[in-house]
Design a binder for this molecule. Structure first.
Ligand code: PLP
Length: 323
């Protein structure tokens, strides 16, 4: 949904990012020879603003998105905004679009920071100018299932990432190749695909736009991030929250075999929050998992949502309040 304002900040090669500014939301102009259009020199981020009952806005760990953008920028040979510049830009953009932030309990304002090589570059190389931009849109649930459990398909033909590649950063080039497996799975009635490691096709990686966890007994496991999996801000937060709740949390290699034998499975991400998985299909076998109000994933979901929406005390310093 188009909103009122976007934020733009530019940087020429060898210089830092200059003072950014808000402008009316609208199309941008780019040279046909821009690095982002020709060589995919671009990153994106995703974070959300929530409206509290008292009208103030809450951001969830925007510094983590800033840091992840810096790591990604280094990998793609781009300069990046400082953490302070990034967070300040997110704050200004959220406030400028305040009327678009849904009322408490009705959704959030999704904020999409972009960093791209906007300067011209014909021969393969880094662009000469960079643009940082934030636009926003009000959102409700990410999946059409709403809060209903997800139905995942284990993808073993297409890979998402490989060792030494860019799977660990939010490079724009990671996403278009996922459209084919995603649309194929959706056409077959699945919510999303779960990718396996490209080398062996035996270990779990992640879902198209979220990380994966499984529960067996009292142990929660998630594939370790080794450069092929995006280090989700939600993943990191859930690992901490699960530890606080007394669960043993393991970040390690997790096999498909273990997945097929898990008690519960859930996904985490800014867009999805904590979403429980009701069933997974691997080859011709479908397994089902526990879902519903008594589950661990629901417990973790409730704790995280309460923090994000300011319904509980923020003991971790994760919330940035703005008004
Ligand atoms: C591929 C992928 N994995 C995981 C995530 C979840 O990350 P986060 O919790 O930071 O939103 C995202 C979304 O950002 C993603 O695009």
């Amino acid at each position: 949904m188009p909103t009122d304002y976007m934020y733009t900040m530019k940087c020429s090669k060898g210089e830092g990012f200059q003072q950014g500014q808000l402008s009316r939301y609208g199309n941008i102009e780019l040279s046909p020879a821009a690095g982002v259009l020709n060589y995919g020199q671009g990153l994106f981020e995703g974070t959300k603003a929530y409206r509290k009952e008292d009208g103030r806005l809450l951001l969830f760990r925007p510094d983590q998105n800033a840091i992840r953008m810096q790591i990604g920028a280094e990998r793609l040979c781009m300069p990046s905004p400082s953490v302070d510049q990034f967070v300040e830009a997110v704050k200004q953009t959220a406030l400028a679009n305040k009327r678009w932030v849904p009322p408490p309990g009705k959704g959030s304002l999704y904020m999409r920071p972009l960093l791209m090589g906007s300067g011209q570059i014909l021969g393969l190389g880094a662009a000469t100018e960079y643009t940082f931009l934030i636009y926003v849109s009000p959102v409700g649930n990410y999946f059409k299932e709403g809060c209903a459990p997800l139905n995942l398909y284990v993808e073993d033909e297409f890979d998402r990432a490989s060792r030494g590649g860019t799977g660990g950063i939010k490079s724009i080039t990671n996403y278009a190749p996922g459209l084919k497996p995603l649309s194929r799975a959706k056409n077959r009635g699945f919510s999303d695909v779960l990718y396996l490691d490209s080398a062996n096709k035996t270990n779990l990686e992640e879902v198209s736009s979220c990380n994966i966890f499984l529960l067996k007994g009292n142990v929660i496991s998630s594939p370790a991030t080794n450069g092929t999996i995006l280090e989700g801000v939600t993943r990191k937060s859930i690992i901490e929250i699960a530890g606080d709740h007394g669960y043993q949390v393991e970040e390690r290699v997790v096999t498909v075999e273990e997945l097929m034998d898990a008690d519960e499975v859930f996904c985490t991400g800014t867009a999805v929050g904590v979403a429980s998985v009701g069933g997974i299909t691997y080859h011709d076998k479908r397994v089902e998992y526990e879902t519903g109000s008594h589950t661990v994933s629901q417990q973790l979901h409730s704790t995280l949502e309460a923090i994000k929406k300011g319904l509980t005390e923020d003991k971790k310093g994760w919330i940035v309040e703005i008004d």
